[in-house]
Design a protein around this ligand. Structure first.
Ligand SMILES: *[C@@H]1O[C@H](CO)[C@@H](O)[C@H](O)[C@H]1NC(C)=O
Length: 414
């Protein structure tokens, strides 16, 4: 799924685009989803939520939380099931298959649904998979008269195409494009991902002003947690665990050495989405940054992993080369200020420490006690290690066997 050619900063940006696009369509977190019988009894009184995405990393965590809170969930995506979402999400939701790169007008699943369920209304749309303005326009064309609220999952990369005029943490009001059109265009072509996400935000505001639908935009930094489809956290973990079998020394680019980074926990995104849905109207028509309170540097993060695994005999290399490998952060502008959402929603993010332990444990278990649902994810991550972390691909398999007792089955041979 994720194939990485040469890894360098510029290249990694485009890989991230792919990863982010993939991961938006993906998702889940294990937990007790209510059984179907119990849910059907409540059908009449339940509130309806439509989710674009909902099978990816944050999306499936969000769907599960909504199900546990007795919402009726319709998800719209390309139909892939990642990690174990085929068992944790799929049986409990209505799924419509649409590709948002095509016009939704041409998506027969959605057309038929809208036609058959002519009276259905949605308390909210949660949009994990709009990357450009037209996708928002499309959603309003199809569903605008049936929705009250629209929660758009955006990104801190919108600030990359803006004119931030101070050196503190980036705040919501910094999302202002430069006046100068030449500067705008230059930024947009350098940061097309951020440009597209901001264009979608702008279109959402326009549509909401026109229709009276209420919106919230959530701007997320790099998302961490179990079941990440970009595999970035997992790769750092394996880089350390299999270091004796890989050639690439564990390193951090010099320019990132002391730089604090913003992250957000996938479960926290689900939490905030639910809080937004259950809040009254006055918190709407605004953007909110979401992040952990803690802002670790990349070297602190790697140190923490080393400690967790009891490794005391290696030093992290400071890499001065211009194309030094790093998988975080995906933005250049620096960390964000997420105090507004904590204040307005009276919300406490999970502590970095707690999220760290849970995430590490999850990825350790993927090779220690593998589930059949995770075999695709395993193969992807093995492939990336083989291509980018060593010139002896076989050593990766040796390492996995020695470290985790994990063996690829012959028919799975890469
Ligand atoms: C950025 O914002 C500042 C302060 O508002 C303004 O003076 C400056 O002209 C802006 N720069 C661009 C390129 O629009």
């Amino acid at each position: 799924m994720i194939t990485m050619p040469e890894i360098n900063w510029g290249m990694f940006n485009s890989i991230l685009l792919v990863c982010m696009y993939m991961s938006s369509e993906i998702d889940k977190v294990c937990s007790n989803v209510p059984d179907r019988g119990a849910r059907e009894n409540l059908q009449e009184t339940k509130r309806n939520i439509l989710i674009f995405g909902g099978n990816g990393f944050m999306g499936s965590a969000t769907v599960e939380k909504l199900l546990r809170n007795n919402y009726n969930v319709v998800i719209v995506n390309r139909g892939n099931w990642y990690w174990d979402s085929a068992t944790t999400v799929k049986p409990f939701v209505k799924q419509l298959k649409c590709d948002r790169m095509q016009s939704l007008q041409r998506c027969s699943d959605l057309q038929n649904f809208v036609w058959e369920e002519e009276s259905i209304k949605f308390d909210a749309i949660i949009d994990f998979s709009a990357y450009q303005g037209f996708q928002i326009t499309d959603a309003f064309d199809m569903l605008g008269s049936r929705i009250k609220r629209y929660i758009y999952i955006s990104s801190d990369s919108v600030y990359e195409v803006c004119n931030k005029t101070h050196s503190e943490l980036t705040r919501e009001e910094d999302a202002v494009r430069p006046h100068d059109l030449d500067v705008q265009q230059k930024l947009n072509s350098q940061e097309s991902y951020g440009h597209g996400k901001l264009e979608a935000e702008e279109e959402l505001q326009r549509q909401c002003a026109k229709t009276g639908v209420l919106y919230i935009t959530l701007r997320l930094p790099d998302v961490v947690g179990p079941r990440d489809n970009t595999r970035r956290w997992w790769l750092y973990q394996l880089w350390i665990q299999l270091r004796g079998y890989l050639e690439r020394p564990i390193s951090v680019p010099d320019n990132l050495w002391d730089r604090p980074l913003s992250f957000v926990y996938a479960d926290d995104v689900a939490d905030v989405v639910l809080k937004c849905i259950e809040s009254d109207d006055k918190i709407y028509n605004q953007a909110y940054n979401l992040a952990f309170v803690e802002k670790p540097t990349l070297s602190e993060f790697i140190h923490q992993l080393l400690q967790e695994f009891g490794v005391h005999d290696i030093e992290i290399k400071r890499d001065f080369s211009p194309d030094a490998l790093h998988l975080y952060p995906s933005v250049k502008l620096g960390p964000i200020d997420a105090s507004k959402v904590r204040r307005v929603l009276d919300w406490q993010p999970t502590s970095w420490k707690q999220a760290f332990s849970k995430t590490v444990k999850f990825y350790e278990d993927v090779f220690k006690t593998p589930l059949p649902e995770f075999s695709q994810a395993q193969k992807d991550v093995i492939r990336i290690l083989q291509v980018h972390f060593t010139s002896s691909p076989f050593r990766v398999l040796e390492g996995l066997k020695d470290k985790y007792g994990f063996q690829l089955e012959i028919r799975d041979e890469l």
